[in-house]
Design a binder for this molecule. Structure first.
Ligand code: MOS
Length: 752
């Protein structure tokens, strides 16, 4: 008798979560990184390597009319100077977008300059020093057109004036009616600055061609997608492209998209028939590889006499480039959170002579939440309500707009736990009423955190061998967030093993596609594929064993089997079972291979609204004479489904809250509008928090069981920590000083 395991679900091996997942394992790559054994893309030096240096435009708009290619070429060691006059041809027009992350690229297709920092030449030499000197010798001459590089440049705040592609406007309910029925209307304008990813590891690539085969060492958040794009640009079969991305020094979204400079190095390597390395300098990160675009937002809220939100109208204008359409979908931050009769989120783009912005850590959510959470604080104050009380009064029991139920939403518990640990009850409502023993003004503020739960198509493979060893593979990317550790835990758990008992392979595009490491969806997407591939391998083992009269599992097909410590056991009697190795050996099979894809249960994505939630409470202290602001204490409570590894999850929340601190008080790229160049394009002048800026942090993991989000119950934790935090700090500054600052980052001069 044979059993059809695909139709008889009771015979499928099931797994009991909790043994392996939930363990606070340290990062598997941690020791390699801190001892310098982890190699990054730029650490690769294949034989015959040539070095490329990118030359970036120093004007924001115009044309390159001359470059001294001769002088550069004469310099010892120079191999070739690429300019628009001899640029390699591309199979795909770089000015044509390539979905899904289809950004227009700057590949020396003509002499025009569309932003400062745009690649205008690539110099390749025998050494980095020679290439650098060659780049200096080019001395480009420009014909400069007047450039627009910011709102400060005289562009009016006029939503009618601009309109480019981007996130659609979303609305529900009748805004006019809701505002007409409102007792109080609160309205204000907010702004957020341009920010740059500034990963520790700047973008780098080592490109090597072997005939029509291309091997790339590069930090990359989306291996399979990038392979497909490179295959199109260079007109080769996708299986000829291999990307190795074992370690990344951060990505934050900028390494998920294709940009010009890297592709130029690949083209140069093909032309020169030598491997070529290109590593961007820190300053070159400010332009051609994306950034968080500036936003100008207005929020208008209508309130009933008892403090209920009747209407929210959130408009955002985002800066984008003159040649592409990426917009921060900031206004969408107002859609999922607060119950209002009517909602309208609108987006417009403002075309500027800047590099195209792109996704950067909570793209849209971070900027939008900053404005929304301050506006909510203002609304609470206008109603004479405590900010937490106001949020609870306007708590959305179902998704505003769609009315869909949430797959899970433990936000109420986040509010409760966070407030309790922070001591929110001790807060005096009026601003400027709390001081510490040293006479510093003390302010307490809060914000709500929220982030959606996207999933990307992902695949994985699990091989169980006759010697009992287990190999688990997926082309996942660890940017430092701990993906390899968490993914190995998920994979091991599905097999009833501990993480150290499996061999886990990842970080190269020849493995099954693990989807994008982005959108806070990597663990859920790749993790689900891994879990399913393990279950598939176990199902194959179970099929062999339950049909083998010599197996203690014979006939257990209808009862079901479970994986336990490298054995399959009977569900009804866990003492009866046998080792994976014995099942295979007796069957004279060297291995079984389980394969799977990530998939949500059909229909769940439509039926349920899926978000991670959190509540952030912040304390700031402000010097009443000097205006110096410090965050001194933050408590965030987050609910994001099942916690795979509390150590790593907590560190994601810390990272998010620290980035929120950065957003609120430190971080901004400043453009000199005379030249259109970023003035603070380095880590000395581009302020990010150092240890002294980081307050005492506490991240509370609120338990949340989500049966719908996906079969492993995992939501995202990567980006949510920025949301909520920015508003919490701004609201704390208001509470300390009585000054409502709506432009980020908040500076001393804003509160004096
Ligand atoms: Mo991110 S902006 O999803 O790496």
């Amino acid at each position: 008798m044979s059993l059809d395991l695909s139709s008889d679900t009771s015979a499928r091996p099931t797994t009991r979560y909790g043994s392996n997942s939930g363990q606070p394992l340290t990062r598997r790559d941690g020791i390699l990184k801190v001892t310098g054994q982890a190699t990054y893309a730029a650490d690769n030096h294949p034989a015959q390597l040539a070095y490329a240096v990118m030359v970036g435009a120093t004007i924001a708009r115009g044309r390159v009319t001359a470059m001294d290619v001769e002088a550069a070429s004469r310099h010892p060691g120079i191999i070739e100077v690429f300019t628009p006059d001899n640029a390699p041809a591309f199979a795909h027009d770089p000015d044509e977008k390539m979905p899904p992350f289809g950004f227009r690229l700057e590949l020396l297709q003509n002499h025009s300059v569309r932003y400062a920092g745009q690649p205008i030449a690539l110099v390749v030499a025998e050494t980095l020093e020679a290439a650098t000197e060659g780049a200096h010798l080019l001395q480009p001459v420009y014909e400069t057109d007047e450039a627009r590089t910011g709102l400060e440049n005289g562009v009016q705040f006029d939503p009618q004036a601009v309109g480019v592609g981007g996130p659609p406007s979303t609305s529900h309910g009748n805004l006019d009616t809701a505002f007409a029925a409102s007792e109080t209307i609160v309205e204000a304008e907010y702004s957020t600055p341009a920010q740059y990813h500034n990963a520790m590891e700047p973008h780098a690539v080592v490109a090597e061609w072997n005939g029509n085969h291309l091997t790339l060492d590069m930090p990359n958040q989306a291996l399979a997608m990038s392979c497909a794009s490179y295959a199109r640009y260079f007109d080769i079969p996708v299986e000829n492209v291999v990307i190795r991305s074992p370690f990344l020094g951060g990505g934050f979204g900028s390494k998920a998209i294709l940009n010009g400079p890297q592709i130029l190095a690949i083209a140069a390597a093909r032309k020169l028939k030598r491997p070529v390395k290109l590593a961007l300098t820190r300053a070159q990160m400010y332009g051609p590889v994306g950034h968080r675009g500036q936003t100008w937002q207005t929020l208008r809220m209508g309130l009933s006499a008892d403090g209920r939100l009747k209407a929210i109208h959130h408009r955002s204008i985002s800066a984008t480039s003159s040649f592409d359409d990426f917009l921060e979908p900031a206004a969408n931050a107002s859609l999922p959170l607060y119950a209002a009769d009517a909602l309208l989120a609108e987006h417009k783009g403002l075309r500027l002579d800047i590099g195209t912005p792109g996704p950067m850590r909570a793209p849209g959510e971070a900027s939008g939440s900053a404005a929304l959470e301050v506006a909510i604080d203002e609304a609470a104050e206008a109603c004479g309500l405590d900010p937490l009380e106001f949020r609870l009064l306007n708590y959305a029991e179902s998704e505003p707009g769609s009315g869909r139920p949430f797959s899970s939403k433990a936000l109420r518990e986040c509010y409760e736990r966070g407030a309790e640990v922070f001591g929110w009850q001790q807060r005096l409502r009026a601003p400027r009423t709390m001081r510490d023993d040293n006479g510093l003004l003390v302010g307490w503020g809060m914000g709500t955190a929220v982030f959606p739960c996207p999933m990307f198509p992902a695949q994985a493979r699990t091989t169980v061998r006759a010697d009992g060893s287990v190999l688990v593979e997926t082309g996942g990317v660890d940017m430092g967030q701990g993906a390899w550790t968490a993914l190995a835990q998920i994979a091991a758990e599905a097999l009833g093993l501990e993480a150290h008992e499996i061999e886990f392979r990842s970080g190269v595009s020849t493995l099954p596609d693990a989807g994008v490491a982005g959108g806070s969806g990597h663990t859920a997407s790749a993790g689900l594929a891994l879990s399913n591939s393990g279950l598939d391998a176990l199902a194959k083992l179970a099929e062999i064993a339950t049909n083998d009269p010599d197996s203690p599992l014979f006939g257990a097909g209808n009862i079901g089997v479970l994986p336990r410590g490298g054995r399959l056991v009977r569900r009804d009697d866990e003492s009866r079972g046998e080792r994976f190795a014995d099942i295979l050996t007796r069957a004279k099979q060297s291995e079984v291979i389980g394969e799977a894809k990530s998939m949500r249960e059909p229909g769940n994505a439509e039926k349920f609204a899926m978000y991670s939630h959190g509540a952030v409470f912040a304390e700031v202290k402000v010097d009443p004479d000097l205006g110096q602001i410090r965050t001194t204490r933050m408590v965030g409570a987050f609910a994001a489904g099942r916690v795979i590894n509390p150590r790593l999850v907590r560190s994601q929340y810390y990272g998010g809250m620290i980035w929120g601190t950065s957003f609120a008080l430190h971080e901004a790229a400043l453009i000199d509008h005379r030249t259109g160049r970023v003035m603070n394009a380095d880590l000395a002048e581009y302020h990010v928090p150092v240890n002294a800026d980081v307050p005492s942090l506490e991240a509370i993991l609120v338990a949340e069981d989500d049966p719908y989000v996906n079969a492993i119950g995992v939501k995202g934790v990567g980006e949510i920590g920025i949301t909520g935090t920015v508003g919490a700090i701004a609201n704390a500054v208001w509470h300390a000083t009585g000054r409502r600052v709506r432009n980020f980052p908040i500076h001393i001069e804003d509160i004096l």
